[in-house]
Ligand binder design. Structure first.
Ligand SMILES: CC(C)(COP(=O)(O)OP(=O)(O)OC[C@H]1O[C@@H](n2cnc3c(N)ncnc32)[C@H](O)[C@@H]1OP(=O)(O)O)[C@@H](O)C(=O)NCCC(=O)NCCS
Length: 386
């Protein structure tokens, strides 16, 4: 297999985009990435696009073709990938495989979602399709409710508190203040989180990632040719993916994600590293309890210690391990199909020392963790400078 590197990145601002449609968001992110990579459009031999719910949210399917058409790149091979909120992560993995196999030298991998055209109720119903429609969503279990069940169980088994979960939100909002692409560039306190209204107890408004529009793109190139385009390519040294049951009711535990553990095991083995070698990670904090569990399942903290570690500041910028320097899904925003690619964009900016005031000072090894549904899909990637 060939080595694969990121040679360019592009991101739209995450937020409510009233003046840009789905197509415009894709154009903006892809255009920025192509410029950043110093490639010509004709150099891009294939496109992989992550998108979860454009059919439900916009009435638009056939996203692979739409992307190629919108970018004026027909007849390039262009394919959509869907794995709920991990759509971006699996698209990235597909792009990596395509380059690693030698089939292509340069590919574009993007992710996009336009979520704010519909009401919160309609968006929640569309997102609920990532769980088990028959046993969960039909009975009213939306995603805040499913993660609330995990939070309650974690609190019962390990004594995790609402304040410890709130610490994740406080830290991610603080990081987002320094991210021009983030949706909420506003610091919040533990008291702010605690007094925000319950969405699904024990999760409150400020424990939840927001429904958001956005798009992201990375340009991948075989590592052997990467320096032809880019002085500071970032190599993806591992890609792990795993699955678990769709419904929470069929899990043997609610307090860990087996798919995360397996994807991480694969990634650490490929990269020949251990969790302690990771300097920074973008983890899938769709709810604060998800960040607590991710930091445990990825091996940064023992099971049950993720909450106390967050409260003690061990996951803050430049602390023991910098978690979600970008602001994470919580404060940067979570346009579901774009999230996995936006995480790769942040990993690249950090390793290229381009992250400005949120720069992780010792950024040598980065990790991204992208989850679909309540943990039925997980993708983990590891990055370092080429
Ligand atoms: C939490 C949630 C239900 C709030 O939706 P809502 O009640 O319709 O909120 P609104 O859109 O009416 O916004 C009300 C206010 O709260 C803010 N807000 C909304 N969601 C927010 C969030 N997650 N964090 C911080 N502020 C938020 C809005 O900006 C708005 O502020 P304003 O009054 O100053 O303009 C919604 O954000 C949600 O469902 N999030 C989870 C999404 C999800 O499940 N993703 C998939 C995960 S697997």
């Amino acid at each position: 297999m060939k080595g694969v590197s990121i040679i360019g990145v592009g991101l739209t601002k995450f937020g409510e985009h009233w003046n840009a449609g789905f197509r415009e968001l894709i154009s903006e992110a892809a255009g920025k990435a192509i410029t950043d990579a110093h490639v010509d459009g004709q150099d891009v031999q294939a496109i992989f696009g992550g998108c979860m719910a454009s059919g439900r949210l916009l009435g638009q399917e056939h996203i692979g073709a739409l992307i190629a058409d919108q970018l004026g790149m027909n007849p390039v091979a262009s394919t959509r990938l869907e794995a709920a909120c991990a759509s971006g992560g699996v698209a990235l993995r597909a792009g990596i495989m395509a380059v690693a196999s030698g089939a292509y030298d340069v590919v574009a991998v993007g992710g996009a979602e336009k979520m704010t055209e519909v009401s919160t109720e309609e968006a929640s119903t569309a997102l609920g399709g990532a769980g088990d429609q028959e046993w969960e969503l039909f009975n009213g279990a939306t995603f805040p409710a499913l993660y609330a069940l995990m939070a309650r169980r974690h609190m019962q088994e390990y004594g995790t508190s609402e304040e410890q979960m709130a610490a994740c939100a406080v830290k991610n909002h603080a990081n987002a203040v320094n991210n021009e692409f983030a949706r909420y560039r506003k610091a919040v306190t533990i008291a702010d989180v605690m007094k925000s209204g319950y969405i699904a107890s024990p999760l409150k408004l400020l424990d939840c990632s927001p429904i958001t529009d956005g798009a992201a793109t990375v340009i991948l190139c075989s590592s052997e040719k990467a320096k032809k385009y880019c002085d500071t390519p970032v190599e993806i040294i591992a890609s792990g993916q795993a699955s678990d049951t769709l419904a929470l009711a069929q899990r043997t535990t609610l307090t860990e994600m087996k798919a995360t553990k397996e994807a991480a095991r694969q990634a650490y083995t490929q990269a020949k590293i251990q969790a302690k070698d990771v300097d920074f990670a973008e983890v899938h904090d769709c709810f604060t309890i998800a960040e607590v569990m991710a930091t445990e399942d990825l091996g940064f903290f023992e099971k049950g210690k993720g909450g106390p570690a967050a409260a003690a500041g061990e996951t803050a910028l430049n602390a023991k391990v910098s978690i979600n320097a970008s602001g994470g899904l919580k404060a940067k925003g979570h346009p579901v199909g774009a999230t996995g690619i936006a995480q790769a964009v942040e990993a690249t900016l950090q390793l290229q020392q381009r992250a400005g005031k949120r720069q992780v000072s010792n950024a040598e090894i980065g990790l991204t963790h992208n989850v679909g549904g309540s943990g039925a899909t997980c993708v983990v990637h590891v990055y370092k400078r080429l």
